[in-house]
Design a protein around this ligand. Structure first.
Ligand SMILES: [Zn+2]
Length: 259
């Protein structure tokens, strides 16, 4: 039973094939799917998807403001805060939130990102909802803010920064996500020497596309099985054991109660 801890299921790339994607996920033993949002509009779409599919599939959602939105549409922060307050019973995480140094083209822009992220951190703590974090080229900054606010529950989705910061993330007992980039990137494969399996999650980050065996295919939950197979090989563990552990990690972090 595989898990997809970070996907954008509302993405228009899935329009017309969304139900097929979910069916394929079930057929390939993916049973926990977490769709994160980027702004108020996609947060509302997630709420709608939850209403539509929750009876049939084990879909979970997050609401959040992506650093890209924090810069390009800063007024949206207030709407996202309202949505979280209103719908906190329907979400299992605050996300996708965080910081991105790639967008850091001015000090003012950086301040907007930090303001949005700190607002999300506060909500995460008040509502006991873990953070689903974007940290591209900014993992050190993210880590500093998590420490400043004494955050205990955080997931670094698709970690790509340096190994030294990764070691500190592991020490703080945060969770770290692997995407299908693990199949082809030696650099990311080396991260498995740092992160213990008890802190690992898998994700497609769909509809992102990857190189290697998944070339030309849109990311979807069933690809998490390939990540687990690769992890089993790298950690030299039984794939079934790895699958069970990652599923337990997901349930522990996001407080999923059932079986
Ligand atoms: Zn994402």
């Amino acid at each position: 039973m595989y898990v997809d801890a970070h996907i954008h299921l509302y993405a228009e790339e899935y329009d017309g094939i969304r139900e097929e994607v979910l069916k394929r996920a079930v057929e390939n033993d993916v049973d926990l799917i977490l769709s994160v949002a980027e702004d108020s509009e996609t947060s509302l779409k997630n709420l709608e998807l939850l209403r539509m599919y929750r009876e049939k599939y084990k879909i979970y959602i997050g609401i959040g403001i992506h650093p890209y939105t924090a810069i390009n549409n800063p007024d949206d922060l207030e709407r996202v805060v309202d949505l979280i307050a209103q719908h906190h019973d329907s979400i299992i995480c605050i996300g996708e939130v965080g910081l991105d140094r790639k967008y850091n083209n001015s000090m003012k822009m950086w301040d907007k990102q930090v303001e949005a992220f700190e607002t999300m951190i506060q909500l995460s703590k008040d509502l006991l909802k873990p953070l689903n974090i974007h940290s591209r080229r900014a993992a050190k900054d993210v880590l500093a803010l998590l420490r400043k606010h004494d955050v205990r529950e955080a997931y670094f989705h698709w970690y790509t920064d340096d190994e030294e910061t990764l070691r500190e993330i592991v020490e703080e007992e945060y969770f770290v996500g692997f995407t299908p980039a693990l199949l082809t990137s030696k650099r990311i494969q080396r991260f498995t020497e740092i992160v213990p399996l008890t802190q690992v999650l898998t994700e497609s980050d769909g509809p992102v596309r990857y190189y290697g065996p998944l070339e030309n295919r849109m990311g979807e939950p069933m690809h998490t099985k390939l990540i687990v197979e690769k992890l089993a090989q790298l950690y030299e563990e039984d794939p079934i054991e790895v699958t069970i552990m990652i599923r337990e990690n997901f349930k522990r972090l996001f407080r999923i109660q059932y079986g």
